[in-house]
Design a protein around this ligand. Structure first.
Ligand SMILES: [Zn+2]
Length: 349
């Protein structure tokens, strides 16, 4: 099959293209796609495609129709979103649904920024940690767009108390434990979770705003020094220490890790709020050598040893290659249980 597409369907510059079969994780896995080599602007990406009767391949019709309707501003936003994802090794197959939901969520983000009192805002899709249900945006505000924030548009039907609990935990880590985590911000009425509506849509979405943390995530850095990994160990240990002393308010509600460990009582010293997705390198942040974490969205109750073992064992985790440095850093603050190696073996099963 051949194609006559010679320009990028998003930014309309001259490109090379190739017809490809859809990967098996795509919802239409028997479909065909076009790979667009828009190296300078949108990078190389995949877009939904269909053949005509003569076998020539075109951009799938509803996708093309939606792209045709975009003004320059939206088109530019979408192009930068695709490039950002590709530069972070995330795949997104451009089709009607992806364009539609991303631009819809951007509408919520624009309204939310106004409700939070931000002026002169420019909005970009986040590059890392792609979660299409709970979309995160970067905001640039102020006269010279020098103030930076991140904003989360929570999924439809998200539980208010669940979000509130996550924010409370993050605030506590940031303000009481003085750790490098995104600090939640409020509007002028001290509200941290704003219900946001957009014209023409019946659903409300909760939106939350955070101070942006300067730094680079562990995946982007790639080659971490043992000193940095040790500092990350210390950071995790401080989170656990803070969790051990944490007294949740009565309304506080987070899910429970299903893992039970025989012989370890569920007391604050062993069991508390853990990050849950910290093995993922894009959630670990460094400011120089100082370690921190982002994306506490999924935090839950669990054993600290489960989080430590997860970091040491997980294939995705950079800690697996620097175990001694991590454990040295961890033990600057808290001691591991005496039978940690036994517990670790047991958790592998
Ligand atoms: Zn392009």
């Amino acid at each position: 099959m051949t194609t006559h597409i010679k320009t990028c369907p998003i930014c309309e510059t001259q490109v090379e293209t190739k017809v490809e079969a859809a990967p098996d994780w795509y919802h239409n896995d028997s479909g065909i796609l076009l790979r667009i080599y828009c190296n300078e602007i949108c990078r190389d990406y995949l877009i939904a495609a269909t053949p005509d009767k003569s076998g020539k391949v075109w951009v799938e019709k509803s996708t093309q129709t939606l792209l045709n309707l975009l003004n320059d501003e939206r088109r530019g936003f979408f192009s930068r979103a695709v490039r950002g994802l590709r530069d972070n090794n995330c795949w997104l197959i451009v089709d009607y649904s992806e364009i539609h939901t991303l631009l819809r969520d951007r509408q919520f983000a624009i309204r939310a920024a106004t409700q939070f009192g931000l002026k002169n805002v420019k909005i970009e899709h986040t590059r890392a940690g792609f979660d299409a249900e709970n979309r995160v945006f970067f905001l640039f505000a102020g006269q010279h767009q020098q103030q930076r924030f991140t904003l989360r548009v929570h999924e439809v039907g998200a539980d208010f108390n669940g979000i509130h609990s996550t924010l409370f935990w993050q605030m506590s880590l940031s303000q009481k434990a003085n750790l490098l985590v995104p600090e939640p911000l409020s509007d002028s009425n001290d509200a941290f979770i704003l219900p946001v509506s957009v014209p023409g849509r019946s659903e409300q979405r909760y939106c939350t705003l955070y101070r942006y943390i300067e730094g680079k995530d562990a995946q982007a850095i790639g080659n971490l020094t043992p000193a940095m990994v040790a500092n990350f160990g210390e950071f995790v240990s401080k989170m656990h220490q803070h969790a051990a002393a944490f007294q949740p308010p009565t309304w506080f509600t987070r899910p429970y890790h299903p893992r039970e460990i025989e012989g370890i009582p569920k007391v604050p010293e062993n069991y508390g709020i853990i990050h849950r997705e910290i093995e993922n390198s894009v959630n670990v942040l460094f400011q120089g050598e100082r370690a921190g974490a982002i994306d506490f969205q999924e935090c839950w109750w669990g054993y600290y040893v489960v989080e430590i073992a997860g970091l040491l064992e997980s294939q995705e985790s950079f800690v697996a290659n620097h175990q001694a440095a991590f454990l040295e850093g961890y033990q600057r603050i808290r001691q591991l249980p005496e039978n940690f190696e036994e517990i670790r073996k047991m958790l592998r099963k």
